[in-house]
Design a protein around this ligand. Structure first.
Ligand code: G6Q
Length: 548
């Protein structure tokens, strides 16, 4: 058998990790820290002004060495090079994966099918800059001659989560004279609430859709157009001043009635969930301006370069990815909690859910065989300190092991007295409590009655990473997102799965298309699904009043 034919769990590096796991699985972080007083300093890495403390993980130096061996043996280096070179590493869709080209400097050259894509990227960025400057300055006027004061991004999935997350994360830097809303759900309420208090004469819609065929986005875009035309007297020429598109599909954009000179292009080598630095970021640029947007791109690029060039043992995304594999596949953990102690990052966990779970929620390897180990874990989280008063109980004292990523900044963007020290004291206290806990002896020593003592014990040995940086800037957000993008890449490469397709979202879409006419056009027709679906459809017909 050749090396490449080996499945992951047959590899020597994997087997060494299995044996090593048996040896250290019960080692307590208390012990590890007691044995090495410099652990907290040594088990940390810093790059691009991001500090990663990974010392509170259930690992030894040996563990890290073995994990790095695994990365090397599975060919991570070659996979990284293939991505940056523009190889078609998204095998099932036969596409290159080049979000890194979206933040490459002007002089860079990255070839797709023999053509340098970087000039195209910068041409679109120039066009976005010109447009956003005109909107922000009031030079771009609506149909009635009034300036734009409201921007509504209509998109879903990758065409929504990045823009929403970035808008929330960078609100501090945004133009507060403009109102931003994001409509994604086909639920009528989403669009109704987003438009209810706005004046159509001052509202710009950004229809963000790679394919320009997505059911939710197209339905919302058509209803938005109706809302606009109703408000502006029905003259269809108004659409040109109030709708722009972000898409790869010029034909569909024109069919919708948007002037393609108001279309901002991107390309099939940009995956939806990797698209926030493409024209999909138009709403972000409208909010924060082009200088801040370029600073964000620069942050992404710095982390891209770090990922591409740094040795694995000091490579932040690689370390984060490897630690994730250690827990998911050896400790059999099911989830990862992402806990930003920064209010502006409130949508970051939701964004990461798509990035991680759509990318690595796969059960077959690139060659189509079933994987031999668990792949992508479930990501979830909320900003701190709120979670401390709700679900942290389970992380501290429940029966499941939940690795946590704490994210915090040295400076608040809105300093208010003692708030920031209190916030940071809580991050440090949480990771300390998780790691070291409180023993029965300690609890008893505090005079706790015997019957109560077990309830007050914290076992500890609950792992976490802490990511610390100076302050949340556009550049820092870029670094942070790229850190996670590349940690997802690291894991996907080692699991040998296609992190860039999403076939799992297809079946539900197809079935919905089949059911829609059964609800709309043929309310009395016989339904031929399973008995549960039939029953639900009949009941819905009654509830909506189209059938008895
Ligand atoms: C992301 C996925 C998915 C996609 C949406 C929207 O990686 O591909 O979330 O972004 O389905 O697709 P459109 O941009 O084509 O409307």
């Amino acid at each position: 058998m050749t090396t490449t034919a080996l499945s992951l769990t047959e590899r020597a590096a994997w087997k060494s990790l299995e044996a090593h796991y048996e040896k250290i699985r019960d080692l307590h972080l208390r012990q590890l820290f007691a044995d090495d007083p410099t652990r907290g300093e040594r088990m940390a890495a810093e790059a691009c002004s991001l500090y990663l403390d990974y010392s509170k993980n259930r690992v030894t130096h040996e563990t890290l060495k073995l994990l790095v061996n695994l990365a090397e043996e599975t060919g991570l280096r070659a996979r990284i090079d293939a991505m940056f070179r523009g190889d078609k590493i998204n095998l099932t869709e036969d596409r290159a994966v080049l979000h890194v080209a979206l933040r490459a400097p002007k002089e860079a050259s990255i070839l797709v099918d023999g053509e340098n894509v970087v000039p195209h990227v910068h041409a679109v960025l120039d066009k976005m800059t010109d447009f956003s400057t005109r909107v922000r300055s009031g030079d771009w006027k609506g149909h009635t001659g009034r300036r734009i004061r409201n921007v509504i991004n209509i998109g879903i999935g990758g065409s929504d989560l990045g823009p929403v997350m970035a808008y929330e994360a960078l609100k501090f830097y945004s133009d507060r004279a403009l109102t931003f809303r994001f409509v994604s759900n086909v639920d009528d309420t989403d669009l109704a609430e987003a438009t209810r208090d706005l004046d159509p004469a001052e509202t710009l819609f950004v229809v963000a859709s790679k394919t320009f065929t997505t059911l939710e986005t197209m339905t919302n875009a058509h209803s938005a157009r109706d809302w606009l035309l109703n408000g502006l007297g029905g003259d269809a020429v108004a659409v040109a001043r109030h709708f722009v598109a972000v898409s790869t599909n010029a034909a569909k954009v024109a069919e919708f009635g948007i002037d393609t000179s108001n279309m901002f292009e991107f390309w099939d080598w940009v995956g939806g969930r990797y698209s926030m630095t493409s024209a999909i970021g138009l709403s972000t640029m409208l909010a924060i301006g082009s200088d801040h947007f370029y600073a964000m791109l620069d942050g992404f690029h710095q982390m891209d370069e770090h990922f591409r060039t740094a040795p694995f043992e000091r490579n932040l995304p690689v370390l984060l990815g490897l630690l994730g594999i250690w827990y998911a596949d050896f400790f059999a953990t099911q989830t990862v909690a992402v806990l930003p102690y920064e209010q502006y990052l409130k949508r970051f966990p939701a964004y990461l859910q798509q990035l991680t779970m759509e990318s690595n929620g796969k059960h077959v390897t690139l060659d189509g065989t079933r994987v031999g180990c668990d792949t992508g874990p479930i990501y979830w989280g909320e900003p701190g300190t709120n979670g401390q008063h709700s679900f942290y109980q389970l992380i501290h004292q429940g029966t499941r092991l939940i690795p946590c990523d704490f994210i915090a900044f040295g400076q608040s963007l809105n300093p208010l007295g003692r708030h920031h020290d209190m916030l940071l004291a809580n991050v440090f206290a949480q990771s300390e409590a998780l790691a070291f806990g409180k023993t029965l002896d300690q609890v008893r020593g505090e005079g706790t009655p015997d019957w109560l003592a077990p309830h007050r014990v914290f076992e500890g040995n609950r792992p976490s990473n802490t990511i610390l940086a100076e302050r949340l800037t556009p550049e820092m957000l870029g670094k942070l997102v790229a850190l996670y993008e590349h940690s997802v890449f690291t894991q996907g490469a080692i699991w040998n799965i296609d992190s860039f397709d999403q076939w799992g979202v297809e079946l539900g879409k197809v079935l919905a298309q089949r059911i829609i006419p059964e609800l709309e056009d043929m309310p009395e027709s016989e339904v031929k699904h399973d008995s549960s679906t039939n029953c639900l459809i009949r009941r819905y017909r009654k509830l909506k009043g189209t059938s008895r």
